[in-house]
Design a protein around this ligand. Structure first.
Ligand code: ADP
Length: 259
């Protein structure tokens, strides 16, 4: 396991990734400090989801590095790097990065509490009683204490997504990765999910999120990263987004779709 001091909790350097001949990520540099909320925006196909998936070991990458707290994570495609990955405890490393997806990915035959308990039992090796206590705590935090014993099919989309968030944070990840978590929701259910994210941000949770909710990104992020064509095109504090757009044609054209 390779470690290297870094002031950033998540430190992505020169990340490169191709699917066949299509280079989807071209030397992406991005970092997130502890307690920081960084939001990635950009046109569809610009590589946002692939970036998050590389951090969470769901996709291999071809070049560059990804470090969390100085420890390399993810799967790099070349031989020596890949062998080194084999030395890390994959489940444990993955648990450092909680990921919430657009599709809720809950097990339909398990209750809300059981869905949250699964990783606590299998990865964190918590006894059943303790796992349930932790699950109930987090379900309470996302406003679903009263739905702990409901099946996903009995919950609204917004409630299911809140279970998904509870499941991720219950593992106490160092960083939470949120991939367009409101995109599959009816508009009237978006607010309740964003409220939970806002609350987690207020509690100091470190987050890297991809969203199409530009207003929310401005409101809840410390920094906004604009990606275009597999590259980081701009990195700005939310209040400087408009000013940056004045000098960045692609950002201006992207933002004009939301106004
Ligand atoms: P975004 O999240 O910004 O919409 P993605 O990361 O999903 O972008 O996709 C970036 C590009 O990579 C797109 O052109 C997409 O079609 C392509 N891509 C994503 N996943 C795969 C895959 N598994 N195989 C081939 N191409 C893919």
């Amino acid at each position: 396991m390779e470690t290297m001091a870094s002031e950033h909790l998540l430190d992505i350097r020169q990340l490169a990734k191709s699917f066949g001949k299509h280079q989807v990520l071209k030397a992406v540099d991005l970092h997130v400090s502890k307690g920081e909320v960084v939001t990635v925006i950009g046109p569809s196909g610009s590589g946002k989801t692939t970036l998050l998936r590389c951090v969470n070991f769901l996709e291999t990458y071809d070049g560059g590095s990804i470090r969390i707290d100085g420890t390399e994570v993810g799967y790099r495609n070349d031989g020596p790097q890949r062998r080194r990955r084999g030395e890390v405890d994959l489940a444990r490393m993955r648990a450092e990065t909680g990921m919430v997806f657009q599709s809720f990915n809950l097990f339909p035959h398990l209750t809300a509490a059981e869905n949250v308990m699964l990783g606590l039992r299998r990865v964190r090796k918590k006894p059943k009683r303790e796992a349930r206590e932790i699950a109930l705590h987090w379900l309470g935090r996302v406003g679903l204490g009263h739905k702990a014993d409901s099946l996903p099919g009995e919950l609204s989309g917004g409630q299911q997504q809140r279970v998904g968030i509870a499941r991720a944070v219950a593992m106490e990840p160092k960083i939470l990765l949120l991939d367009e978590i409101t995109s599959a929701l009816d508009p009237e259910l978006v607010g309740e999910v964003l409220d939970v994210v806002r609350q987690l941000a207020g509690d100091g949770m470190t987050m890297l999120m991809v969203t199409h909710e530009i207003a929310f990104a401005r409101d809840a992020s410390h920094r906004i990263v604009f990606m275009a064509d597999g590259m980081v095109s701009a990195v700005v504090p939310p209040d400087q987004l408009q000013a940056a757009a004045a000098e960045n044609d692609r950002l201006r054209s992207f933002l004009s779709r939301f106004s």
